[in-house]
Design a binder for this molecule. Structure first.
Ligand SMILES: [Zn+2]
Length: 195
């Protein structure tokens, strides 16, 4: 049961890691936006762009509408500077940022074909760099990989997969932890001892 949970979590972790890494790469070529307008005419958006996810709230107006997804391919040379004025950040560490703009002056620079919420209005945004959630969700998969490698190395060295005990003088079970020794490993270990 414990084994099943561990495997399920590791596989889930692998799938999420690959999905996030794909989004991360895609964000350097395509600006993806999921946005909607609520009853108070506040636009809420999640934008994937230039290696980060952006959670944005802005009051550029517009009629209330349900959330929709749009994709805008752009040239990969665009940077965050094309999207936000760095001076608007009141918090910026390792790619994490919080931006606030109270005024209405236009700040858009560069040539990224970009969405209307960037052209005016006040807004607040949280920027989360993809490296952070990718690293976080990959932890169980990394542990599983380390475990598989360790078991492989132990088996190659004639040791118990589970505890590393030297099995060259042992039978079907590890005398240290009781783990069953696979037949293939027993045969190999016997050859090694004979040679
Ligand atoms: Zn053992």
């Amino acid at each position: 049961m414990k084994r099943l949970v561990f495997t399920t979590v590791a596989l889930l972790s692998l799938v999420l890691t690959l999905a996030l890494a794909s989004l991360w790469v895609r964000s350097h070529f395509v600006l993806d936006e999921i946005s909607g307008v609520d009853a108070k005419h506040v636009t809420q958006a999640v934008v994937s762009f230039a290696g980060s996810a952006h959670l944005i709230e802005t009051n550029i107006g517009g009629s209330p509408r349900r959330a929709t997804w749009d994709a805008y391919p752009y040239d990969g040379a665009a940077t965050l500077g094309d999207m936000y004025d760095p001076l608007l950040a009141d918090f910026a560490i390792a790619g994490f940022m919080r931006l606030r703009r109270p005024g209405t002056e236009s700040f858009l620079s560069g040539s990224v074909p970009i969405t209307p919420w960037l052209t005016g209005g006040m807004y607040a945004a949280w920027v989360v760099p993809y490296w952070a959630p990718t690293l976080l969700v990959s932890i169980p998969a990394l542990f599983a990989a380390r475990r598989l490698i360790r078991r492989y190395v132990r088996r190659r060295r004639g040791r118990c997969r589970e505890c590393g005990y030297d099995l060259r003088a042992s039978g079907e079970r590890c005398p240290e932890c009781g783990a069953i020794v696979p037949a293939a490993q027993r045969a190999r270990t016997a050859d090694a001892v004979a040679a």
